[in-house]
Design a protein around this ligand. Sequence first.
Ligand SMILES: [Mn+2]
Length: 268
Amino acid sequence: MDYAIGDVQGCFKSLKGLLNKINYNIDRDRLYFLGDVVNRGNNSLETLRFIQSNQDNINMVLGNHDFHLLVCALTERQPNKNDTFLDILSASDKTVLLDYLLTRPLVIEHKDALFVHAGVPPQWSKSDAITNAEAVHKNLQSKNVSEFLSKMYGNYPNKWTDNLSNEEGSRYTINALMRMRFCKEDGELEFEHKLNVDQNPENFEAWFLHSKRLMAEEEIFFGHWSSLKDVNSKNIYPLDHGCVWGESLTAYNLTNHNYISQKSLEVN
Ligand SMILES: [Mn+2]
């Protein structure tokens, strides 16, 4: 069986509970994590080790928290006081774990579906998303990765145009695929709000609600937005069910189309 799994955020106990529930068999099943496997929860190191050490049968897309870990590990930027991945930064196998993250994609194509952490902006087709994600992926493989990472924080450019530089284009792509919640029809991004889907800032809407969205006929599985529950939008599968906030961790069985949820087992 193949499963897509929402944001673990270091909630390794809950992940083990979920894998138990689906009778996870490492030789038979494949897992796709939708990003934010680390941070905020208590066991980022165990979570990332589990994923990295089973990479033949497990894959993940990068989320904003995974990316933030890379930035803190490889540039001058210091972790915030709420960051809980310091165990990874001081681990003996830190290099192996960080190298694993640096090789992860921003999107994964699975049959006709796309896996991504935050979403795909309305003006991008699936092939646009794949091409632009690949450009960032290439920068993460370059020997100048520290310099690249040091330039990737910031909310601008907030619009996509075809004449952006590599640096500008990468920043937009990272913000769109890993952080976006609300945007305009043309893909202009907005980062002031982390509200519920019906509390959109003026002139903005949730990225998946735009009527002319180019990926409307293709399935998108994503995490990142834990307050999204029943969005009731065709082909839209939000799987961050707020485990780190005491709610639940959810897997979607891509083979038989069932949801399996594990109530959060974290003790904070
Ligand atoms: Mn996120």
